[in-house]
Design a protein. Structure first.
Length: 78
């Protein structure tokens, strides 16, 4: 059973991502991590109650792994 867009948004928020201001009408939201500008933005298409597409789940997993890797790297430097 696919996850909901709402769940992906929650995962991104918990990892420190913020939703960029809307750029017009539509159901797309763009998420960026303010502390790691080199990590690419994630675009989620759909309303919070929609089922997430497999590529959206994969995109979120990829950026969350990048954040986790960066945080681990910063802890090792301390």
């Amino acid at each position: 059973m696919p996850r909901k867009i709402r769940q992906l948004m929650t995962d991104l928020q918990r990892a420190g991502f913020v939703a960029l201001p809307r750029r017009g009408k539509g159901s797309h939201s763009v998420w960026k991590h303010p502390a790691y500008p080199e990590i690419p933005a994630v675009t989620l298409a759909g309303t919070p109650g929609d089922d997430a597409k497999p590529y959206q789940e994969q995109d979120v997993r990829n950026v969350l792994a990048q954040v986790k890797g960066r945080e681990r790297h910063h802890e090792d430097e301390r």
